[in-house]
Design a protein around this ligand. Structure first.
Ligand SMILES: [Mg+2]
Length: 264
């Protein structure tokens, strides 16, 4: 399993000093405390899942591969030294929702060229996860993926999990969002409109706290899928792992399959 092996790798090998660890592993409310306040999902008939770091564990570091390819792409577009290009990448990711959106707004980048380039990765770190596939299959109602990645990338991940793409009515991706990503409200609104989502009977699963704000505001239940306790990685910034215990996060889990199986 990539889970434990990658945990050790990221905890020890990629955190060169104490300062880096402190930056990437912020103190957070214990998951168990947040689960104790969770609301029921018995009303839910529309199940909406993010893809990256949600349907596979962050510890697989799959997104870290994409992140590296994006950094090289940033260098080629901006002609900046690597470290400066990388800092700008993180700024775009934070401020524009995706680095791609920043590159399109600021550098007129062709989105198809970008998406094809940065998704040329090795998917083997994603293990088959029959328990998760069966847990999603058993959920009552419609299931969707809402991702800032693209359909091809999503299908590659779902194939690795165990031919899971058949479980989802649609993979609503960054192209379907017209490259206006989560957490921008329009990303969700075009998705809701296309599929007639009844938000009061829907739930959103996402690893990023900020991506759950709009779902909460429109009446969806929300679940933040987090990395295991102590996860740290030099490519991951503190805000990406943020758990503030804010009201718009209704549930928190580090084990999506276990969470789904425990639902009444
Ligand atoms: Mg994600």
């Amino acid at each position: 399993m990539c889970y434990k092996a990658r945990m050790n790798e990221t905890s020890n090998d990629h955190a060169p000093d104490g300062a880096a660890r402190a930056e990437t592993a912020p103190p957070a409310t214990p998951i168990t405390a947040l689960e104790a306040t969770a609301r029921s999902l018995s009303h839910v008939t529309e199940w909406v899942f993010d893809l990256d770091n949600t349907l596979y564990p962050r510890e697989c570091n799959l997104f870290a591969q994409i992140d590296q390819l994006i950094s090289h792409y940033m260098v080629s577009v901006t002609q900046l030294p690597y470290d400066e290009a990388r800092a700008l990448q993180k700024t775009y990711y934070r401020d524009y929702g995706t680095t791609l959106n920043g590159l399109m707004q600021r550098h007129d980048v062709d989105p198809d060229h970008f998406l094809n380039t940065v998704h040329a990765i090795d998917y083997s770190p994603v293990d088959a996860h029959p328990e998760l596939v069966e847990a999603i299959r058993a959920l009552p109602g419609r299931k969707f993926i809402l991702t800032n990645g693209d359909v091809g990338h999503a299908r590659s991940v779902l194939h690795r999990l165990g031919n899971a793409d058949e479980l989802f009515e649609d993979i609503f991706d960054i192209r379907a969002m017209s490259y206006r990503p989560k957490p921008l409200p329009e990303a969700y609104q075009v998705f809701f409109a296309k599929h007639g989502i009844a938000t009061e009977r829907a739930v959103m699963f996402d690893d990023l706290e900020k991506n759950l704000l709009v779902p909460h505001e429109v009446g969806m239940a929300t679940v933040q899928v987090v990395a295991g306790e102590g996860f740290a990685h030099e490519q991951v910034e503190a805000w990406e792992l943020q758990r503030t215990g804010a009201d718009h996060v209704h549930h928190v889990t580090a084990d999506l399959a276990g969470f789904l199986k425990k639902l009444p």
